[in-house]
Design a protein around this ligand. Sequence first.
Ligand code: CDP
Length: 784
Amino acid sequence: MTVTETPMGFGRMHRKEDARFVRGQGNYVDDVNLPGMLHGSFLRSPYAHAKIVSIDTSAAEALPGVKAVITGAVLETLKLAWMPTLSYDTQAVLATDKVRFQNQEVAFVVAESHYIARDALELIEVEYEPLPVVADAKQALAPGAPVIRDDKEGKTDNHIFDWSAGDKEKTDRIFAESEVVVAEDILYPRVHPSPLETCGAVADFDKVSGKLTIYSTTQAPHAHRTVYALVAGLPEHKIRVISPDIGGGFGGKVGIYPGYVLAIVGSIVTGKPVKWMEDRNEHLTATAFARDYHMRGEIAATKDGRIRALRVDVLADHGAFNGTAQPTKFPAGFFHIFTGSYDLEAASCNVTGVYTNKAPGGVAYACSFRITEASYLVERMIDVLAFELKMDPAELRLKNLLKPEQFPYTTPTGWEYDSGDYPKALRLAMDMVGYEKLRVEQAEKLQRGEYMGIGISFFTEGVGAGPRKHMDILGLGMADGAELRVHPTGKAVLRLSVQTQGQGHETTFAQIVAEELGISPDDIDVVHGDTDNTPFGLGTYGSRSTPVSGAATAIVARKVRDRARIVASAMLEVSPDDLEWEKGKFFVKGDPDQAKTIQEIAMAAHSSLELPEGVEGHLDATTVYNPPNLTYPFGAYICVVDVDPATGQVKVRRFIAVDDCGVRINPMIVEGQVHGGLADGIGMALMQLMAFDEDGNHLGASLMDYLLPTSLECPSWELGETVTPSPHHPIGAKGVGESATVGSPAAVVNAVLDALKPLGVRHADMPLTPSNVWRAAQGRPIRT
Ligand code: CDP
C-alpha cells in the first residue's frame, strides 16, 4: 500500500517518527551519555530462596575505578531498602534478610565504566544459607510450605489475596439445573513482554539546585515522578522524568524496578550521573513477567448449545513480591471480563493470589490488566463445549454472541460494553477464510491422514482506564491532560501525558488535531515523555492512549476551535453564531467567500486585533480527560494450521483477523499494531514459556531458550475490519494496540486442538511446542 500525501486528518500516513528511526537516529536511554557519567551494575542471587549470612564488599571497593558499592544494609540506613509496588505490596530494592527469587538484586556497584562495574561484582563475597524453594503456585498454599514473605509481620503462609466477582449463588443454581456442564483446567503460562530494548535509567542529581533528572525506560513518566517523590522524600517539582524513545514496552515498563532506584541513589552518593542498563538475561529473569494464571473453567449449557453460565477458579502466581500492575480496586485486574463476548445468564469467579520464589511483576503484557487470560479462558471453554456437544465452534459462537441491539450491554460481572456488532465481525472473518470450504478440505485431508485445524476466537477487550472514580494506581486517578499551543503562523505543538513506545503517537495524535482543526499533521509536533514539559497523566499501557489521551486531544483541539471562532468573528465583524466551520476555516453562513483560515485566525489571535470584552488573545488551550467508561474493541480471528502429530510440528498456514476498534485514525498504524499482536499470539501459543525447575532455577534466561516469533513462524496476515464507533469517545475511536495479543493465542491453540480432535484431544496447555503437541497427540500430559 503506497501512501503519497499527508491526509488532513484521519487516513493512511507514514509515521513521522520513522524519519529518525530508519536512519538509526532514535534517542534511547542507552544513547544518553552525560559528562562524567558513571555506570552501575547488579550483583544478583544465584539462589531462588536463601538467607544472606554476610556480604563482604571490601575487595570490590578496592578495585580501581569503583566509586561505590551499595548493599541492602546501606539502603537500610537511607530507609530505601524496600519500595512500594504498584499493588500496595513492598519489594526489596536490594535484598537484606534473604533472597526470594533467582537473580534478585543483592548489591549495586557504581564504577567508571560498565566493564569495571561488572568485574567488581565478581569480587563481592556473599555467604548464603539456602532455604527450601516454592516454585509452584499450588505448592505455595500447601500446609507447611516455606513462608516466602516472612519480612511481613505475622505472615505464616504464601497467600496474597482472595478476590471474587459475579453472582455466585445464581451461577451455582444455573449449574445445578443445566443439561450440560463441562470443566477444564487451563493454564496461561508465565511469559515475558521481551521488548527489543531492555530496561534502564540514567539518573543525574544536581547537588546545588537539588534537581534530580532521570532518563528512564518508562511508559508512565508522571506516575514515576510522583512515586519517586513519595519514596525518596524529594520535592516533586525538583524531579524531572524524561522518557526518551522507548524500544517497546508492552506493559513491562510501567513499574519501577530496583535499577531505577539504584541509579538515583548512585547519583546522590557519588555526585555524578549514573547509568544502569539491563542485559537480556537480567531483563528476562528479574524484570516483570506476565500471566501465570492457573485456571479452572466450568461452562453450563443446554444440549443444543445455548451457553447459560460460566464459573471460574484461578490461582494467580505473583512471584516473590506482588508487583502486578492494575488499578487499585482490582487485584486480579479486569479478569472478571471473562464472560467475553457472550450472552450469559450468570457468571462468577474467584481468584487467589500467591507468592512463589519467582520474579515479581504480573504486568499487563499487551492487554488491559488480565483480559488476555480471561479471553483465552472463555475461548478455550467454548471450544471444549463444542467438542463435547459435537458442534461446530463457529456455529456455537454465532448462537451465543451478543447481538447488536443488546448494546450498551452490562455483563453479569458488571462491565458495560459500549458498542458492537459481533455476528457481523465473525461472519466477515468466516467469509474471508472461506469457512465452509475449509471444513470440507479438512475432512478430505483427514481421509488422507493429514491433520489440519481451524481455530476461532472472538474477543472483547476493555481499554482506556479510568474513569478516575473507579480506577487509580497508587492513589493517582486515571485521567490524563492535554495541552495545545497554536503559534502565530498556525503551526501547533501538542503536549501529552502518554508515552509512545513505538505505536506512532507522534503521527496519530497530530492527525487527531489535523482532523479537528485542519492544520496539516506535518505542522503539528507532539511532545511527550518529559514531566517538565507535559501535563500530568497516568501514561501508556492497556491501550489507553487513544481512548484517554486521544479523547483529550480531540477535546483540547475543539477548545482551540471555540477560541478561533471568537477571533474569526472579530475579524469578519459578524456574530460567532453566524459562522460555520469547515475543516481548516470559518466562513460566514450563506457567504462561503467570507472566510478565515485557521492560520489567519492564529496570526490575528496574536495581533493587535480588537477582541470582544473578556476574550484573551492566543488560541492555546488545555484539558484533562476523565473517561466516562472504557472503550470495548472486539474482533473475530480464525487461524488455519497444519499439524504433524508424528513430529508435533505446527505450521500456521493462514490467519484472518477482523478487528473493530471504532473509527480508525491511521488505518496503516492500526494494521501494524494488529500484525505485531498476532505475532505475539503465535509466540505465546506455540513457543514461549518462562519455565523454572523445582529449585527455582530459571530455565529460559536467554532468547536461545525463550523464543520470540519471527516472520518465519508467521503467515501473511489477512486483515479485515468493521467499524462500530464508541458512542462516548469524542471521535468514536477505541484502543487497538493490544487487541491482537488478546485475541490471537486462543485462535492458534484452538486451531491446533481442532487438528488433534480426531485423536480425541480436548485440551492441551500452551505453549504447544513440537514436543508438547507430540505428547498431546500421544495422550500424555504436556510439560509446562
Ligand atoms: O495506548 P497505546 O498507544 O498502546 O494503544 P492505542 O491507543 O490502541 O494506539 C495504538 C496506535 O494505534 C496509536 O498510534 C493510535 O493512535 C493508533 N490507533 C488508531 O489509529 N485508531 C484507533 N481507533 C486506535 C488506535
